[in-house]
Design a protein around this ligand. Structure first.
Ligand SMILES: C[S@@+](CC[C@H](N)C(=O)[O-])C[C@H]1O[C@@H](n2cnc3c(N)ncnc32)[C@H](O)[C@@H]1O
Length: 215
């Protein structure tokens, strides 16, 4: 099986065009979860689990400035290529210009920013969508996501991302989970937004540390 080809990231696909034009705007659960209505634009999002970049694309379509982190080289390569291809599609240029990709492990990236406060600007929102073990069994899961799971396995260290993220995000941390899944790391969120197949758990940052980071 050619895993690279089968990942098939295409921000100009019909499905993505439809989502971009008719996806529900600020009222859709992911937009509510990141607080778009509450905070308005500009809003910066650090997507620590970029994967196929689909959620990041939705957030960029909504006007957010999104930094995408991905640590698996094969996926990172595909995502980088897909962003380069999309950057020259006229209708997508402005959106792709809001998507900034970095191939790195997000835990190390966040840890570095805690150690060296000046290294990154603290994002308004940290967004997490780690692999979930039961996801592959769902009929709702698309072929690309199943393949992603074959490549990545399960992100066993994801709770660590949440814990560090709560010390860095300025406004909130959002964790995407399957609708009936347990909370990440058994950490109870402040609130949840329920979507069709997913739940977005919302965590508030630890205020004391937030002030240590440059805005
Ligand atoms: C379920 S997928 C994310 C799907 C993505 N939200 C989308 O819409 O396409 C999880 C991805 O996060 C990546 N990931 C998990 N933990 C990470 C970390 N600490 N640093 C960077 N990438 C990570 C995995 O390699 C995988 O590609």
């Amino acid at each position: 099986m050619n895993q690279k080809r089968d990942l098939n990231i295409d921000f100009a696909s019909n499905a993505n065009n439809y989502r971009r034009l008719h996806g529900g705007g600020k009222g859709q659960p992911i937009a509510r979860a990141i607080g778009l209505k509450t905070y308005g634009l500009p809003l910066s999002v650090l997507d620590c689990t970029a994967g196929l970049g689909q959620d990041a694309f939705v957030l960029a379509c909504l006007g957010c400035e999104v930094t995408l982190l991905e640590r698996v080289p094969l996926i990172a390569g595909e995502l980088r290529d897909a962003l380069q291809r999309a950057a020259i599609v006229t209708d997508l240029q402005d959106i792709i210009a809001r998507m900034h990709f970095i191939e790195t492990d997000a835990i190390q990236y966040l840890q570095r920013s805690l150690n060296n406060k000046a290294e990154i600007n603290a994002p308004d929102v940290i967004y997490l969508d780690p692999m979930f073990p039961e996801r592959a069994k769902s009929a709702l899961v698309k072929k690309e996501m199943r393949l992603l799971k074959d490549i990545v396995g399960s992100d066993a260290d994801a709770a660590e991302l949440l814990q560090i993220g709560m010390r860095i995000a300025k406004r909130r941390i959002v964790v995407k989970r399957p609708k009936n899944a347990a909370y990440l790391g058994d950490i109870e969120p402040h609130a949840s937004q329920i979507g069709k197949a997913n739940r977005f758990d919302i965590y508030m940052p630890t205020i004391a540390e937030t002030f240590l980071i440059k805005p």
